[in-house]
Design a binder for this molecule. Structure first.
Ligand code: ADP
Ligand code: ADP
Length: 217
């Protein structure tokens, strides 16, 4: 589902954030990506979403050759992706429901279908009871659930998340992981960047480890 071959990423300032990275993630797998701060985790996720482009090497995501993607075809790649990044802003001038509706509105979905999908997404993350609430009233864990609902509302086949349990205490972190597992169980491929050791101690899942831009395990 996701494959990297000999991938290098050098930023314009010359810093080499990824060096000769190679791995494969199969459809339906849940994989953790770990490593020290600055190891290159976010860079790797950004390459998957074509937010950053590789300097050299080959990246395949959902059978699409990400290297060869023209700018105009990036939206097609993003259609198969659900992205949960920390800099994604929640809009506080509208309800939880309207926040999750937004990605579908942008994509031009019909209102009736959208509403059903939004409720399905909110239900999956356990936030349906809060659909009319303003997101300002949500707890940290609930806000993270909102971000997950927004990322899955268009039913992506791949979910990538950057430190989704940062700033959450252990119980909340575990329940957020339950949400990711529930998506994996219905066939979604999930890649989670984290240095949360309580998650990494869960030996059911494979862990990719980056060290100074190199994949060491
Ligand atoms: P992590 O997510 O593991 O903390 P990042 O992928 O964010 O690591 O960063 C890896 C390295 O690349 C860091 O040293 C960071 O400073 C550098 N880096 C990230 N983005 C840029 C950028 N846009 N320009 C230059 N250097 C960057
Ligand atoms: P489409 O063009 O198919 O509508 P989008 O551009 O909306 O796809 O991207 C899909 C997902 O990726 C959305 O959840 C969006 O928030 C997220 N996304 C897009 N660009 C970025 C970015 N630069 N940083 C973080 N997330 C992004």
């Amino acid at each position: 589902m996701i494959s990297f071959k000999n991938v290098y990423k050098r930023y314009p300032d010359g810093f080499e954030a990824l060096k000769n990275v190679a791995f494969t993630i199969d459809a339906g797998e849940l994989v953790y990506l770990t490593g020290h701060s600055g190891a290159g985790k976010s860079t790797l996720l950004k390459l998957i979403a074509a937010i950053e482009r590789p300097t050299s090497g080959h990246i395949t995501v959902s059978e699409q050759n990400v290297n060869a993607l023209k700018k105009s075809t990036i939206p097609f790649l993003r259609r198969s992706l659900g992205i949960i990044f920390q800099d994604q802003k929640i809009l506080y001038d509208r309800s939880v429901f309207a926040n999750v509706m937004l990605p579908l509105q942008i994509r031009g979905f019909e209102k009736k279908i959208s509403a059903a999908r939004v409720r399905a997404a909110l239900d999956k993350v356990g936030l349906l009871a809060k659909e009319t609430a303003n997101p300002i009233t949500l707890s940290g864990g609930e806000k993270q659930r909102l971000c997950i609902a927004r990322a899955v509302v268009h039913r992506p086949s791949i979910l990538i998340a950057d430190e989704p349990t940062a700033n959450l205490d252990v119980d909340y972190a575990q329940s957020i992981m339950e949400v990711f597992r529930s998506f994996q169980q219905v066939g979604v491929t999930v890649l989670i960047a984290t240095h949360d050791v309580t998650l990494l101690n869960d030996t059911r899942y494979r862990t990719l480890t980056l060290n100074q831009g190199k994949l060491i395990s």
